[in-house]
Design a protein around this ligand. Structure first.
Ligand code: SF4
Length: 311
C-alpha cells in the first residue's frame, strides 16, 4: 500500500484496526530503578525525567479521568476513533502486582471500544513474571504492546550512559514478551557517545534478531538537567547533524527485518529544554529525507537484514 521504502506505523494501524487510531498518553506516575538506587542513581545520562524515584503514583480515579479526557479530545477530531492507551511512565511495570492490576483495570471499561490496544513502556529488567501474566491476561481481550528500551546494542555503551542493563537482558525480555503473547516495540537511540555509525548498524541488527514487531528510533538529544548536558557544555560530546542522522538512519533501516514496523523515526523535545541538536526534527521531513536517501542508494528496509542477504 505504502510507496515508502520502509514500513511506517499509520498503514499498520489502518490494517490492524480498520479505522483511524490515536494514542492517548496516560501518566500513571513513574518510578525508576535507575534513580531510586535499585540499579543505580542519577538515571540514564540522556534522561530528564526528574523525580522518577519519588514513587508519586496516580490514583486509579485520576487515571480514569486522564483517559476520559484523552478520549474526549480525540472524539473532537474524529467521531469514531480507535484509541491506544499509552502508559508512558518510563518504567511502567516497575510497580508491585497490585498496583499494576489497578492501573490496567482503568482501561477495562473502555475495551474494546474505543480503546483498541494498550501500550506499556518499561525496561527489559523490570518485567517480572507477575507483570507478564497481567499483561498477557489483558492481551486476551485487546492487543498489548510492551515498549522496551535497548537504546544501543553494546554493553560498554549501555554502561557508559548508565542504562545499567545488558543487551542480553533486552533479548531475554523480548523472548519472554513473545512467549506471553505480547507485541514488543524496541527503542533505539542513534549517536550516543562512542557508539558511532557501526553502533547504529549493530543496534538495528540486534533489533532484527530480537524479532520485535515494532521499532522506535531517534537521534541522541541533549536535554537540560541531564548528565549529557554537562558533558556537552564541556565540549566532550557532539550531536549528529541532520544529514548524518539520515544517513545512519538509512543504514539502520536497511538492517531491520522487512516486516518490522517503524513507530518513530525521530525524536522531539521542546526547544527550551533541548540544548542540542537545534535542527528541525519534524517527522514528515525526516521521513521524506530517509525515503530519498534509500531511493538514492537503491535500497529499502530489510535490504541488509541478515536473512535477506542470503536470499
Ligand atoms: S530513561 Fe527510563 S530507565 Fe533511564 S533514568 Fe529515565 S526513566 Fe529511568
Amino acid at each position: 500500500m505504502s510507496s515508502l521504502p520502509f514500513r511506517t506505523l499509520a498503514p499498520y494501524l489502518r490494517e490492524s484496526f480498520g479505522r483511524p487510531v490515536y494514542r492517548v498518553a496516560l501518566d500513571a506516575g513513574s518510578t525508576c530503578p535507575n534513580r531510586d538506587g535499585t540499579k543505580g542513581f542519577g538515571g540514564c545520562h540522556y534522561c530528564d525525567v526528574e523525580g522518577s524515584g519519588t514513587g508519586a503514583l496516580a490514583e486509579g480515579s485520576a487515571l480514569t479521568r486522564q483517559l476520559e479526557a484523552g478520549i474526549a479530545r480525540v472524539r473532537r477530531r474524529d467521531p469514531n476513533p480507535g484509541v491506544i492507551a499509552y502508559f508512558q511512565s518510563y518504567t511502567g511495570t516497575y510497580v508491585d502486582d497490585t498496583r499494576l492490576a489497578e492501573t490496567l483495570a482503568v482501561v477495562e471499561p473502555f475495551c474494546p471500544d474505543p480503546v483498541v490496544a494498550v501500550s506499556v513502556a518499561t525496561r527489559p529488567d523490570t518485567l517480572p513474571d507477575s507483570a507478564l501474566a497481567r499483561l498477557s491476561a489483558l492481551a486476551q481481550r485487546i492487543p498489548v504492546w510492551v515498549e522496551l528500551g535497548l537504546e544501543a546494542a553494546d554493553d560498554a555503551i549501555l554502561t557508559a550512559i548508565n542504562r545499567l542493563h545488558t543487551v542480553e537482558e533486552f533479548l531475554e525480555a523480548t523472548r519472554r514478551t513473545r512467549a506471553a503473547g505480547l507485541t514488543t516495540v524496541g527503542h533505539a537511540i542513534l549517536g550516543l557517545p562512542g557508539d558511532g555509525r557501526d553502533g547504529a548498524r549493530r543496534t538495528a541488527e540486534v533489533l532484527a534478531e530480537s524479532g520485535v514487531e515494532g521499532v522506535k528510533v531517534h537521534q541522541m538529544m541533549v536535554l537540560e538537567k541531564t548528565v549529557l548536558a554537562t558533558r556537552w557544555r564541556r565540549g566532550e560530546i557532539s550531536v549528529l547533524d541532520p544529514e548524518t542522522y539520515v544517513s545512519w538512519l538509512a543504514d539502520f533501516v536497511e538492517r531491520l527485518a522487512p516486516e518490522q514496523v517503524l513507530h518513530r523515526l525521530t525524536g522531539d523535545a521542546p526547544l527550551e529544554k533541548r540544548l542540542a541538536p537545534r535542527w528541525s526534527v519534524h517527522k514528515s521531513e525526516i521521513r521524506e529525507r530517509l525515503a530519498a536517501e534509500l531511493e538514492g542508494r537503491g535500497t529499502r528496509q530489510g535490504q541488509r537484514h541478515s536473512n535477506a542477504v542470503e536470499g
